[in-house]
Design a protein around this ligand. Structure first.
Ligand code: G
Ligand code: G
Ligand code: MN
Ligand code: NA
Length: 249
């Protein structure tokens, strides 16, 4: 379709950019890491949401190209971010592509970055078939030094089962839990239980979508140490990240 050709062109012509949303450590208010989020500014139509064009890229078979573009861009940007840690979203279709690991190794060598600075965020979709191949690939990423986070935790129908399938380094609690927390006492209990679960299974727990001070207080009371949301920061340009890091430390 029309949009598909335009996305192809956007990838080729660098009409895409990465934005970086800080993840905050509630213990001291410092920035723990950043989540890399892809942005598309169309010359006529303006900002197009990745919520729209990532699924489009997946349907059109463009995910390997888009995903490779994101990896290279983030690795390149990371040189200006000191030693800051960065999370990168991976599409299931990107991981299972034939040459994903080979491409990743090539990009690592070309951009000369240290894998231990990067966490890959994956959604449950990637584990749906629980194939040995996918688990093997995730293990291979960990062996290379990357960390793996389970994104949108709690929204799928077998989130807990996946924790037995793979040793994740982090879980990101979906924002629907945080946004219910003021009006729903059970939501706080659920968050508290997830934090305890994370601790027992040696994972860091990040709460997403914190928008109000009350939500922060309830999330903190539930024992959660890492938060992300519009209360703190929206996604920043690479230039904004550089100046933020210069003043944060
Ligand atoms: O940034 P925003 O909240 O609009 O993102 C919407 C959705 O797009 C989220 O689910 C997010 O995970 C996804 N997304 C954003 N950037 C990337 C990316 O670089 N790669 C992939 N695969 N998904 C992304
Ligand atoms: O699916 P994923 O967790 O990767 O989604 C990340 C998306 O969440 C980003 O597009 C980002 O813009 C969005 N986001 C980040 N903080 C908040 C928030 O506080 N509220 C809402 N509604 N969305 C947020
Ligand atoms: Mn994410
Ligand atoms: Na999420």
């Amino acid at each position: 379709r029309d949009m598909e050709a335009e996305l192809r062109r956007a990838i080729a012509c660098n009409h895409l950019a990465m934005a970086y949303q800080p993840i905050v450590n509630l213990a001291d208010g410092s920035i723990a890491s950043f989540e890399a989020l892809v942005r598309w500014t169309h010359p006529e139509r303006g900002e197009i949401s990745p919520g729209t064009f990532v699924p489009l890229a997946e349907q059109a078979g463009l995910m390997p190209e888009l995903g490779d573009w994101v990896l290279r861009r983030v690795f390149a940007d990371s040189h200006d971010f000191g030693t800051a840690e960065i999370s990168i979203n991976l599409s299931p279709l990107q991981i299972v592509a034939r040459d994903f690991i080979a491409t990743l190794r090539r990009l690592l060598a070309e951009e000369r970055v240290d894998p231990s600075r990067f966490t890959f965020e994956i959604t449950e979709g990637v584990l749906l078939d629980r194939s040995d191949r996918v688990l093997g690939l995730l293990g291979e990423l960990q062996d290379m030094g990357f960390r793996i986070a389970l994104d949108d935790f709690g929204t799928g129908y077998s989130s807990l089962a996946y924790l037995r399938t793979f040793q994740f380094d982090r879980i990101k609690v979906d924002r629907s839990f945080v946004q219910g927390i003021e009006s729903d006492v059970d939501a706080q209990s659920i968050l508290r239980a997830i934090v305890a679960l994370g601790r027992t299974l040696r994972m860091k727990v990040v709460a997403e979508g914190v928008e109000t001070l009350l939500q922060q207080q309830l999330v903190h009371a539930a024992g959660c140490q890492y938060v992300q949301g519009f209360l703190y920061w929206r996604a920043l340009t690479p230039e904004q990240v550089v100046s933020l890091l210069a003043t944060d430390r």
